[in-house]
Design a binder for this molecule. Structure first.
Ligand code: SF4
Length: 410
C-alpha cells in the first residue's frame, strides 16, 4: 500500500502528520509519532491485542454480540449509555439518538474529570483559543497541574514550546516564557523558568494569593507579576488543577479574568481523551448540559445522572459502555456495585479492557483513524478530520450503533 499519512488517535494531541509505511498489510516504518503513538498504531494492527466479540465470556460473531446487546437493552427499564470520549462526532451523535430512543441516561468521563472546566469554556465564562493561535503569538506558556511530557508527548514539540519558529537573540531558546505550577518535580518543571512548586492542595491558596484575597506569599506575587508582564498567556490546565479545586472554579475564573484587557488570557484543558471536547459540545448544543443527562421524559441534567451516582445508587439495570474503561479509572469499591445479576454491561471497544473483561457482551469495533474515518474535536476545540482508513477492521462504532438502533425496542 506504501506510505500513508494518518491522524494519530493515541492521545488528545491528534497529531495529523504521522506517516506509516504499510508493508504486506502490516505497519513498517512509522515517522513523526511518539513512542506512545507508534505503540498504539502497532497494537491496532495486532489481532492478539484487539478485543473479540463475546457473550458472557464465550467467543461469538459480532452479529450475535449485537443481537444480545439489543436484547439486553430492550429488556432493561433503566438504561445508561456511558463513554464516547474517544468516539467520532458521527458515533457520538448516533449514541445520543440511541439514548433518546431508549429514554436512557447518557454520560461521559468528563462528569468525574474535566466537566467543571469544560462547562466554563463551552459557556464562555473562560476564554480559550486554538493551539495554532498560541504558537508564535503567546509569550507566556503556563502549564498548571499538567505534565505533557507524560500525557501528551508531542504537545510541546508540535503545538507549543518547541514549535515556535522565533528564537532568543542567541538562537538557543524559543522566544517565549515556559512556566509551570505543580506539586511534583516533573520533566516539564525541570524545563520551566520559573517553576512554581506547591504542596498538594495548594492550588487554591496560590490562586487566592494572586487575586490578593489572602496574604500573598512570594510565589503568588511572582506569578501575578509574570502574567501581568506578558501580552498573551496561554494557560494549559491539567487534571491536577481541576481535581485540586474540586469542581469550584469561581476563584480560578476570577484570576483568569483579572488582567482584563491588558493581557490576553486563554485557557486550554490538557484532555487526554481524543474527543471529550466533541462529546461535551454535542451534548451542550442539544441539551444545554455537557454531561450527566437523562432522556427519561423531559430532558434533564444534574449530578444524579452522572455515571458515578448512577452506579452508587444502583439506578441503572443495563449499561452500554462505548470506547471507555471506567473499571480502570474508578475505585473497585464503587464498581463492585455492578457485579451481580441485577445489572447487565455491554462494552463496545477496539482493545481489551478491564470493562470488557467485566462485561456480559463485548462488541469489537474499528480503531478510529486506522480502520475508520470521521471527525474529532481536539482539546482546543478545533475540528480534526481523520484520514481514510488504512486497513479493514471490525464494524465501526457508527455501524454497530445503527444496527443496535434498528434492533432495540424502547
Ligand atoms: S502525541 Fe499523542 S497524538 Fe501525537 S503521536 Fe503521540 S500519542 Fe499520537
Amino acid at each position: 500500500m506504501g506510505s500513508r499519512t494518518l491522524v494519530c488517535t493515541g492521545c488528545g494531541c491528534l497529531c495529523d502528520d504521522v506517516q506509516v509505511d504499510i508493508e504486506g498489510g502490516l505497519p513498517g516504518r512509522i515517522e513523526n509519532a511518539c513512542a506512545r503513538g507508534a505503540a498504539y498504531l502497532r497494537a491496532a494492527f495486532n489481532a492478539r491485542r484487539r478485543a473479540g466479540a463475546r457473550i458472557r465470556g464465550d467467543a461469538c460473531s459480532p452479529e450475535a454480540a449485537i443481537d444480545e446487546a439489543a436484547r439486553l437493552l430492550s429488556r432493561a427499564r433503566r438504561r445508561l449509555v456511558f463513554g464516547l470520549d474517544s468516539s467520532t462526532q458521527e458515533a457520538q451523535r448516533l449514541a445520543v439518538e440511541l439514548a433518546q430512543k431508549l429514554g436512557a441516561v447518557i454520560d461521559g468521563a468528563s462528569s468525574f474529570s474535566w466537566g467543571p472546566l469544560i462547562e466554563r469554556i463551552v459557556g464562555q465564562d473562560l476564554p480559550s483559543c486554538s493551539l495554532s493561535d498560541v504558537k508564535d503569538k503567546a509569550d507566556l506558556l503556563l502549564y498548571w497541574g499538567a505534565n505533557p511530557t507524560a500525557t501528551h508527548p508531542r504537545h510541546l514539540s508540535r503545538h507549543t514550546y518547541y514549535a515556535y519558529t522565533e528564537f532568543n537573540p542567541a538562537g538557543w531558546y524559543p522566544r517565549v516564557t515556559l512556566a509551570s505550577v505543580d506539586v511534583r518535580q516533573t520533566e516539564l518543571a525541570a524545563m520551566s523558568k520559573p517553576a512554581f512548586r506547591i504542596k498538594p492542595g495548594g492550588d487554591r491558596g496560590l490562586i487566592s494569593g494572586v487575586l490578593g484575597e489572602s496574604p500573598a506569599d512570594a510565589q503568588a506575587g511572582q506569578l501575578a507579576e509574570l502574567v501581568r508582564k506578558s501580552r498573551f498567556c496561554a494557560l494549559f490546565c491539567g487534571l491536577g488543577l481541576v481535581q485540586a479545586l474540586d469542581g469550584d472554579l469561581d476563584a480560578f475564573t476570577r484570576m483568569v479574568r483579572m488582567p482584563g484587557q491588558s493581557v490576553r488570557m486563554a485557557v486550554i484543558p490538557m484532555i487526554a481523551e481524543t474527543n471529550m471536547m466533541g462529546l461535551t459540545r454535542t451534548l451542550h448544543e442539544r441539551t444545554s448540559y455537557v454531561n450527566s443527562i437523562s432522556f427519561a421524559g423531559d430532558v434533564s441534567g444534574g449530578r444524579q445522572f452522572s455515571f458515578v451516582e448512577q452506579v452508587r445508587q444502583q439506578a441503572a439495570d443495563c449499561i452500554l459502555v462505548i470506547g471507555s474503561d471506567p473499571f480502570a479509572a474508578l475505585p473497585q469499591s464503587l464498581l463492585a456495585q455492578l457485579q451481580g445479576p441485577n445489572v447487565s454491561i455491554i462494552c463496545m471497544d477496539h482493545f481489551p479492557t478491564l470493562t470488557a473483561d467485566a462485561a456480559d457482551v463485548v462488541v469489537p469495533t474499528a480503531v478510529p483513524g486506522v480502520e475508520s474515518s470521521g471527525t474529532l474535536v481536539r482539546l482546543d476545540g478545533e475540528r480534526v478530520a481523520l484520514a481514510e482508513p488504512v486497513k479493514d477492521g471490525p464494524l465501526t462504532q457508527e455501524a454497530a450503533l445503527v444496527r443496535l438502533m434498528e434492533k432495540v425496542q424502547p
